[in-house]
Write a new protein. Structure first.
Length: 148
């Protein structure tokens, strides 16, 4: 959204607020009726949408774009691990110990957004060999990609 568009929308909201105050005879009444509160929230949302993304946000967006297939597999593998943990009554802490990763890394893995190392993938495959069809599919694709 361009700055001039943002400014025009904010000006329109200011006019709505002014009109609401006149119509309700006071800012207090307009606020109690929710009009000023709603326009204030809309203004805040517009300002948030209009702000320029930070370098980190841009970098994350580029990473997601460049790695969308891997992120899809990461989320599917996370589902396999969650399913295994639920079916076998395994805690996050115990699973992290089995995989030789920190509990923070375990939470990241379970979120489906982890950039998993091959060594971690191999440990997952050893722990849940029959459960992870997504992991098997990933390894097949990875192996095929390495051969070509």
């Amino acid at each position: 959204m361009e700055q001039k568009d943002t400014n025009k929308i904010l000006e329109t909201l200011d006019e709505i607020e002014s009109g609401a105050v006149c119509e309700y005879k006071s800012a207090k009444t307009a606020y109690s009726e929710g009009v000023l509160d709603t326009t204030h929230r809309i203004k805040q949302l517009i300002k948030e949408i209009a702000k320029q993304p930070s370098d980190k946000e841009i970098q994350m967006a580029e990473f997601r774009k460049d790695n969308r297939i891997w992120l899809l597999y990461s989320s599917m593998i996370a589902l396999d691990v969650r399913r295994y943990m639920r079916q076998n009554n395994v805690s996050e802490k115990h699973m992290a110990e089995q995989l030789n990763i920190s509990q923070d890394d375990m939470r990241e893995l379970l979120s489906g957004r982890a950039d998993l190392k091959m060594s971690t993938l191999c440990r997952i495959a050893k722990i849940i060999p029959n459960e992870s069809t997504n992991l098997k599919e990933f390894f097949a694709i990875w192996q095929d990609d390495q051969l070509h």
